[in-house]
Design a protein around this ligand. Structure first.
Ligand code: IZC
Ligand code: ZN
Length: 423
């Protein structure tokens, strides 16, 4: 057999975590702890794709390293697939640090929104912002995510809430995808809040989303997913069903903000509609868990949000995993309920508050996260043919990543075979 010349080799990894074998469907139940751990592992990369993965000696036998091959020695380090963040609101203007005192004083998230603040405050700032400003802040936030190990992220609109401002946001996401290394998956979230001009006519706003925004977004190919903030005082289950059914007819894939603050039956609706993911699920019902476990819908949990909202109840992750729900984790990065864009922090909180085991957490931020945004064939594991996205952590074991929570342990990030962080 002739050995293939390669562009990049990562070798001698203390722990190489492949998460291989889960590309066809999300991992659930006990499978969530199967992470394909290889000691003294190596990854060979050619033309931006993974060519070989295995023990260093086996990989070295199959490839040809020449003077143009970049070789990284990962002895004593942990190598993971590039992290996937399947729920972010990364395009927005302004910030909402003044909500801290309100939250400490016991004012609820939905109460702040009902007073015309919260999301609506960010809507005012985002409408007023030009494209260049949104691109500049987006580049800054995505750069922060990349240095912390995120190589693919979902990105939602939802702070425009007019046709023009939603299109502006989705065009900014398209521009951001071309201007920095993190792969972006665009989601239309026109149904994020009822804008002030429709305060007394919420059905009129749903009509606008269904009759004008969705057809325009689909026609221009601006989004791959449609999401709705299905929540008490925001969009009802009926309104959500109407919006998502239309989105599905137009060829978009579906997501929902489901059962976050009030248990409305969002999980059941996600399963009914065949949504790709149901997100949050802090207040999911027993029936909701049952429906999700019998569906292909991925449960995307956002524990940094519960932490930032100072909530006492977290999503019932253990129960979901034990009942066979496929669980993923995301940052929910946004200016209100989760100004956190580090998946390492989310991973640390997931162990401590969701009681997820370190191996389950790894699955939840790699292959299951990739399934939650329809990218499992391309990213989320280290397997031949996939994009060469990987992260080298200055950590002796994968468990150390959750244990040492709060410090950025990333040493090197490789995106599509190119070193984009570290050396
Ligand atoms: O800006 O508060 N939950 N949407 C739904 C958010 C949080 C974002 C925000
Ligand atoms: Zn969200």
């Amino acid at each position: 057999m002739t050995r293939e010349r390669i562009d990049l080799l990562v070798r001698n990894a203390g722990e190489l975590v492949t998460v291989a074998g889960g590309s066809a469907r999300p991992r659930r139940g006990r499978e969530m702890a199967e992470i394909g751990l290889i000691q003294d592992g190596a990854v060979a990369v050619k033309d931006g794709r993974i060519l070989a993965v295995g023990k260093t000696a086996e990989v070295m036998d199959r490839v040809k390293v020449d003077e143009n091959t970049t070789v990284i020695d990962a002895a004593g380090k942990v190598v993971l697939p590039g992290l996937v963040d399947p729920h972010t609101h990364v395009v927005f203007a302004g910030s909402r640090e003044y909500e801290l005192e309100m939250k400490i004083g016991g004012v609820g998230y939905l109460e702040i929104l009902a007073r015309g603040g919260g999301i609506l405050d960010t809507v005012r700032a985002t409408r007023a912002a030009g494209r260049e400003e949104l691109i500049a802040t987006g580049l800054k936030y995505l750069g922060q995510m990349l240095v912390q190990g995120t190589t693919t992220a979902e990105a939602k609109s939802g702070y425009g809430l007019t046709l023009a401002d939603e299109v502006k946001t989705l065009e900014v996401i398209r521009e951001l995808a071309q201007r920095q290394p993190v792969d972006l998956v665009p989601t239309f979230l026109g149904a994020h809040a009822i804008p002030p001009e429709y305060k007394d006519d919420p059905e009129g706003y749903v009509d606008l989303v269904v009759d004008e925004m969705l057809p325009a977004v689909a026609r221009e190919g601006l989004a791959e997913f449609c999401d709705v903030f299905c929540e008490e005082g925001v969009f009802s289950v009926e309104q959500t069903r109407r919006i998502l059914a239309r989105a599905r007819d137009l060829g978009l894939k579906l997501k929902l903000h489901a059962d976050e603050i009030v248990s409305l039956g969002g999980a059941e609706l996600a399963a009914e509609l065949g949504a790709t993911s149901a997100d949050h699920l802090v207040q999911v019902s027993e029936e909701g868990i049952r429906r999700l476990s019998g569906s292909r819908t991925v449960a995307v949990l956002l524990p940094a949000t519960t932490f930032c909202l100072m909530g006492s109840k977290y999503a019932p992750a253990r129960e979901m995993i034990e009942q066979g729900v496929a669980v993923a984790l995301a940052s929910d990065f946004n200016p209100g309920s989760s100004p956190v864009n580090s998946l390492q922090i989310v991973m640390g909180i997931a162990c401590r508050q969701l009681k997820m085991k370190p191996a389950e957490v790894i699955t939840a931020v790699t292959i299951n996260a990739a399934h939650a945004i329809g990218r499992a064939a391309e990213v989320g594991s280290l397997e031949p043919g996939k994009k060469a996205d990987l992260v080298i952590f200055d950590a002796p074991t994968y468990r150390y990543l959750m244990y040492r929570f709060g410090t950025n342990l990333v040493q090197t990030v490789v995106k599509s075979g190119r070193i984009v962080v570290g050396g």
